[in-house]
Design a protein around this ligand. Structure first.
Ligand code: TYM
Length: 343
């Protein structure tokens, strides 16, 4: 580890965000996260991390994890992330994440972790069988952010609680040691479609871990697959309402309209007005065309990039070098603050 002073945070602010390589990237990842990262990349110094350490908090087939790690990188580049201007890297390539996470395991309180809804959801009924890693997952996420002293964290709404925990950890660390080492990272949650729900059940979020592939539109789906999934998406027997209030109690209709609004860069109000009185069949055809138009070129570029894994690995190695150069001095500062004997 190198010591020395921490590089200053860029005046415009520094973004860190992450995504798990746990299967297919889907429309929720795109609309809730990646698309926003693309929009923010020119205004901030950005670090985008493929969080493989997080992924193994639940079982991953090793070969599938390796494949998904490259595929997520390809998806991000295909969607418009510039891997030269930003740092695009793999979490396990930057050891300071895990090292800082240990310190945070000793800062965060059990009571804080007990409140995390994602742990409750993912652990399910048989909590005794959940990995210890799944329980301390939010501490690692706090380390991902704070090891870069990131000021802004663009995430979907589902990650808001974890981000609040990261803020609590930053504050407790600073106050326990009487320092101002960490900033309070701000969530950046924007735009419609920030919580994309399952196509089968409008009360569940669209997720890589849903056993039904019909619950999500993957960024690797071709036009036929997208059409089939939208056609089969759960709906109700009524035509589309003429006001947002009319979506009350119609979670599936609300979800499809929200997705359409996000894909066409409109507000939900605009889309509801435009589609008022339509039958689902007509609206679904429109939604399919729009999703294919947006995802088709990304899908094609992802496939092209995946044909050259060595090139993806090169890009990720460059990203890791950039990330390590920022993270190592921050970790050294933390170790000094805590009182660890310097090497
Ligand atoms: P992950 O891998 O589940 O999702 C990556 C990003 O996609 C967003 N997202 C969604 N947005 C809208 N609707 C959905 N259905 C949907 N599903 C996923 C997530 O909000 C996220 O922004 N714990 C994080 C990964 C992480 C991270 C971090 C994020 C690890 N360290 C540090 C930010 C900063 C996660 O599991 O995301």
């Amino acid at each position: 580890m190198t010591s020395g002073s921490t590089p200053p945070v860029a005046t415009k602010g520094r973004i860190l965000s992450g995504i798990q390589p746990t299967g297919n990237l889907h429309l929720g990842n795109y609309l809730g996260a990646i698309r926003n990262w693309v929009a923010l990349q020119n205004d901030f110094e950005c670090l985008f991390c493929i969080v493989d350490l997080h992924a193994i908090t639940v079982w991953q087939e090793p070969a599938a994890l390796t494949h998904a790690t490259r595929e997520v990188a390809a998806g991000m580049i295909a969607a418009g992330i510039d891997p030269v201007a930003n740092a695009l890297f793999v979490q396990s390539h930057v050891p300071a994440h895990a090292q800082l996470a240990w310190v945070f395991n000793c800062v965060a309180r059990l009571g804080w972790l007990n409140r995390m809804t994602q742990f409750k959801d993912k652990a399910g009924k048989d909590r005794e069988k959940a990995s210890a890693g799944l329980y301390v997952y939010p501490n690692l996420m706090a380390a991902d952010i704070l090891v870069y002293k990131a000021t802004h964290v663009p995430v979907g709404e589902d990650q808001k609680q974890h981000l609040e925990l990261a803020r609590d950890i930053a504050q407790k660390f600073n106050s326990d040691y009487g320092v101002e080492v960490f900033p309070q990272p701000e969530p950046v949650i924007r735009g419609p479609g920030m919580r994309v729900m399952s196509l089968r059940d409008g009360s569940k979020k669209m997720s890589k871990s849903d056993p039904s592939d019909f619950s999500r539109i993957n960024m690797t789906d071709d036009a036929d697959a997208i059409a089939g999934k939208v056609r089969k998406a759960t709906t109700d027997p009524h035509p589309l309402p003429d006001s947002v209030a009319g979506l009350e109690g119609r979670a599936e209709a609300a979800n499809l309209l929200n997705i359409y609004a996000a894909l066409t860069d409109q507000t939900l109000e605009q889309v509801v007005t435009e589609q008022a009185g339509q039958q689902f069949s007509g609206f679904k055809a429109k939604l399919t065309d729009t999703a294919v138009a947006v995802l088709g070129p990304i899908n094609a570029e992802m496939k092209r990039l995946m044909n050259d894994p060595a090139e993806i690995d090169k890009v990720l190695a460059r990203g890791a070098a950039k990330a390590n150069a920022i993270a190592e001095p921050v970790l050294a500062e933390v170790y000094r603050t805590v009182g660890f004997l310097s090497r």
